[in-house]
Design a protein around this ligand. Structure first.
Ligand code: OAD
Length: 248
């Protein structure tokens, strides 16, 4: 483990363009549960029932009551953890260009990263299904479920449901960053949801080094990633940043 931390710091020091791809595991230490695995959201809910666009269109009140209301409470309270802070520190050190995140919690921006691609959109805003007005989630009146816009239209998170397209700009920019980078940190993602999981493959095919940080192995491990640092994101990032700071 110590060897891999040192190796990661060396690889960061040598790299010219570093990017990160993060998933739910990056926010677990901010008390936001992941989707898959033990304690994951999809243990409690069938994603096709609560997170598919067809379910939302069929019964928006049900999806708001089962999923979105609780998510709002969780995200309202969540604060960046050592993983988010570590990635922001890397940017400060000139060693992190772009964070591509599958998370919709806004914690990378709150920690200080300035170029964050929100691959699955954001929960910080809701948008009206009728007039497309965008309203900050913290300003949404939750008395009526589903909450409505002043025009009477139903509000939905400005995030991607299953069955929807990835925002085109996010997809295009992520693909380009994956092509351009020479080191990608892949942190806290099970790497099973496409097309996000394809980004490390694109990076690898373009000659980039791939370092995974995750307590579990993934379909990328030993295949696309050069090595896996097996551990929680926060402590691992702390160790890597401390090592890197000794080197540069
Ligand atoms: P998952 O819930 O599928 O995977 C979370 C990953 O985080 C797993 O590989 C865990 O081993 C790892 N993990 C858990 N605790 C960790 C910790 N403390 N530090 C680091 N890693 C940890 O989450 P995602 O891969 O992000 O999409 O899921 C991808 C997409 O599936 C989500 O964006 C969401 C979901 O359905 C949509 O809603 C469209």
């Amino acid at each position: 483990m110590a060897d891999l931390i040192k190796k990661a710091a060396e690889d960061l020091a040598a790299a010219k363009m570093v990017i990160a791809l993060t998933g739910a595991g990056a926010s677990v230490e901010s008390e936001i549960p992941p989707f898959r695995g033990k304690g994951g959201l999809w243990e409690k809910f069938d994603p096709m029932e609560v997170a598919h666009i067809d379910s939302f269109l069929r019964d928006p009140a049900k999806v708001w009551n089962l999923l979105i209301k609780d998510m709002k409470d969780l995200l309202d309270r969540a604060q960046p953890n050592d993983c988010h802070k570590g990635l922001a520190k890397l940017e400060e050190l000139g060693k992190m260009q772009t964070v591509i995140t599958q998370n919709i919690d806004g914690l990378h921006q709150l920690a200080g990263n300035t170029d964050v691609i929100e691959f699955h959109g954001t929960f910080a805003w809701q948008r009206c299904m009728d007039c497309n007005t965008h309203i900050e989630t913290r300003r949404v009146d939750m008395i009526e479920i589903p909450p409505r816009c002043h025009c009477g239209g139903i509000l939905r998170p400005n995030a991607v449901f299953f069955g929807e397209m990835i925002p085109q700009q996010a997809l295009w920019r992520s693909r380009q960053a994956a092509i351009d980078c020479d080191l990608m940190l892949v942190i806290g993602t099970s790497a099973v949801v496409q097309p996000a999981a394809l980004m490390p493959v694109v990076a690898k095919e373009s000659g980039s080094k791939i370092i995974e940080i995750n307590p579990e192995s993934t379909p990328l491990t030993g295949n696309i990633s050069d090595y896996l640092i097996k551990g929680p994101a926060g402590a691992t990032m702390n160790a890597i940043v401390a090592q890197l700071e000794k080197m540069i």
